[in-house]
Design a protein around this ligand. Structure first.
Ligand code: 5GP
Ligand code: MN
Length: 340
């Protein structure tokens, strides 16, 4: 038995929005992860089942190779690569569905197209503080993943029987990746009842685990070894670890998108390390990830010092100076925040 989470008003409003729309654009956040792509593709397949046409999934930039196998990725439009085509689709859509992000800033350059479009807007998300721009916001920050919310919404609209194997695989992937294969944010019984339904539809969860987590390149494994052996700094009193990688180091290990995935989690395997920070030099900024365990929020710190935000135990942000300056800022500020 899965409890009702999405309010009946939200369900009926969403149902009405979907029934009125014919052309739909689905948007998700920059550097999309398994939940961003899983929830977007699940929604896309579902809408096509309902006869909506055209339905487009637009990602601001490239997605990591370990998600290439998800059903429907071949149709995803990358905004960076086809700006004009994406702008036209967004401007002429009846409905825009925003999945797995809470504010315009999270979709980078797609923001202008989104805010300028006359389309109705529906947001389904699990980050704190959703923005006010959508006509309907279905936001549940206590939901472990957006994919889980997509499953719930489809079921609450009475369409469980429309969940095909591709939809189920996309939903499962979002649920699995946003909980670190059910190792955090994953204590609610509903999550496992939903998994049971998905497995019943035919999801091979062992296969999906292998497709997502066991497909690293040798370079990526060596980069991981390098991070742990040469680059990990521990601050024992604050129970905190920091890893940084500059662009020369990334080049040395033939870095490609997705290679940094999971590196920030590694130091949390050390006894008495409860906070982990990872900084990586990107094209025009330093990208920073924060992770923590238990009741030790990192999102507030990310927002205060690094223009970011996110969840209590997994947040991100950026810095537009140098790695050295970002480290300095971190070292001069984190002790007051990371003090448990
Ligand atoms: P990651 O470290 O995997 O890039 O991000 C972890 C989480 O932090 C994401 O799920 C996302 O919610 C949040 N996050 C990452 N970068 C940003 C950012 O720049 N701004 C905000 N508000 N949240 C972010
Ligand atoms: Mn998510």
């Amino acid at each position: 038995m899965i409890s009702e989470k999405i309010s009946s008003k939200q369900v009926s409003d969403a149902k009405r929005m979907l029934s009125k729309a014919q052309s739909v654009a689905i948007l998700t956040h920059m550097s999309p992860d398994g939940d961003a792509l899983g929830s977007s593709l699940a929604m896309c397949h579902y809408l096509r089942t309902l006869g909506k046409e055209p339905v487009a999934v637009i990602s601001p930039n490239r997605f990591p190779e370990f998600l290439n196998w998800l059903p429907g990725t071949e149709d995803i439009l990358i905004y960076e690569n086809s700006e004009q085509e994406c702008n036209t689709i967004i401007a002429s859509a009846d409905l825009i569905i925003c999945l797995d992000f809470n504010e315009e800033k999270r979709i980078g350059k797609v923001e202008n197209a989104l805010t300028g479009s006359p389309a109705k807007k529906l947001m389904i998300d699990h980050h704190l503080n959703p923005a006010a721009f959508p006509d309907l916001v279905i936001s549940y920050p206590d939901s472990p993943s957006t994919a889980e919310l997509v499953f719930r919404l489809i079921c609450s609209m009475g369409d469980f029987n429309k969940i095909s194997l591709p939809i189920a695989e996309c939903i499962y992937t979002g649920m699995m990746t946003d909980t670190g294969n059910f190792s955090f944010n994953s204590n609610h019984i509903d999550t496992y009842n939903i998994i049971a339904e998905l497995v019943g539809i035919g999801v091979d969860k062992d296969r999906i685990y292998n497709l997502v987590f066991n497909t690293y390149s040798a370079d990526r494994m060596r980069l991981m070894g390098y991070c742990l052996y040469k680059k990990m700094k521990i601050y024992p009193e604050q129970h905190t670890a920091l890893i940084t990688l500059d662009r020369h180091e990334l080049f040395r290990f033939n870095f490609t998108s997705g290679d940094a995935e999971g590196l920030v989690n590694l130091p949390l395997q050390i006894k008495d390390v409860y906070y982990s920070v990872f900084m990586r030099e990107d094209k025009e900024k330093i990208k920073i990830s924060f992770r923590s365990q238990g009741d030790r929020p990192v999102n507030e710190y990310a927002s205060h010092y690094f223009n970011g935000g996110g969840h209590k135990n997994a947040a991100g942000g950026d810095n537009y100076e140098t790695i050295e300056k970002a480290v300095k800022l971190f070292e001069s500020t984190f002790k007051d925040y990371f003090n448990k």
